[in-house]
Design a protein around this ligand. Sequence first.
Ligand SMILES: C[S@@+](CC[C@H](N)C(=O)[O-])C[C@H]1O[C@@H](n2cnc3c(N)ncnc32)[C@H](O)[C@@H]1O
Length: 398
Amino acid sequence: MRSQRAGAPGPKAQIKVMRTGISPARSATPGPGQAQGALPVNEIINGDCIEAMARLPPECVDLVFADPPYNLQLESRLSRPDQSRVDGVDDDWDKFASFSDYDNFTRAWLIAVRRVMKQDATIFVIGSYHNIFRAGSILQDQGFWILNDIIWRKANPMPNFRGRRFTNAHETLIWATKSAGAKNYRFNYELLKAGNEDCQVRSDWFLPICTGAERLKDSSGRKVHPTQKPEALLSRILLAASNKDGVVLDPFFGSGTTGAVAKRLGRSFIGIERDASYVSAARARIAGVEPLPREAIAAVADKRSEPRIPFAAIIEAGLIRPGEILTDERKRHAAMVRADGTVSIGAVTGSIHKTGALAQGLPACNGWTFWQFERDGRYAPIDALRSLARASLRQAAE
Ligand SMILES: C[S@@+](CC[C@H](N)C(=O)[O-])C[C@H]1O[C@@H](n2cnc3c(N)ncnc32)[C@H](O)[C@@H]1O
């Protein structure tokens, strides 16, 4: 079936779009566990996502991963130079009569998603040049606040067979909060950095597309789903922006990549998918996933969510004595610890941060990592004392 190029004016009657994003035939019958108030976690709802989300309670999910139809607007069958057919995305679910139909669909599902997101939940929307700019503008119009656009650079992209364009070698993920005011969204910054050889994780991700054993195939060896995403991509997203036991919603569940990764990483998921054959494939796939051992995925408190410890509390706890001398790593500066939790360099007295900045001639400084204390000839940042104080606070609270 051939669809009119989206966005181009033309008589709609000629466009035989059987199932577009805004489907006339929606399965509105509530299934078990789908009633308002009960959260159908670790279930796949077979139906239209806009209707299914309307049946979820408000503010019930922590993270959304949305891989909507891209509206690829393929005009004809694509062939390789040897005339073999390219297995592109020409499914009905990816066809829209016009850009404006696609935008209406995008607006509708984003409104539905927004309602079920908790105040500090975040959303990742993935797309290509065909749709991601439209999605980005609608996200902003609806009040979402974009945190990053992440480029997934494909290690093994499909070549451009006609040689008329650059190889399309990436997809874009928009990561957003519900509003600019949502400040306490989950971002496992410290863990990501620690897992990245202590370097901040960047917004360009280099990962292969889904191939090999991970790719679901039917009995005749054909791909079960044309746009199955790699599990590594979902792992990064879930590890970065959710915690163990968080609820992850995927309104375009497809072959269930989000569910498979969520189960492995100890997250709960809600999947919504309109095509029953994809739902069965996803159920079988997820059933075969073994969750990782608890210790391998247990949540770890990040520094931002840990209680604030003033330097004075370190002195009160007896971890450092007034009169002790702090130095920087290269021993160029020295400051004396005072009983009130300030430190002094000569006649200047101030916080560990202000004195650290002053010593270096900088506008700001993290005194916890700049100043070091000495024990038995060994030096360590005073941040180590803060960690000790936090550990004993945690113990006392248990
Ligand atoms: C790009 S694919 C998602 C692929 C998925 N991320 C994976 O890894 O397999 C989009 C999916 O959304 C489904 N879909 C399209 N419109 C839908 C709607 N209105 N409600 C629910 N699912 C829909 C399609 O059937 C298709 O499986």
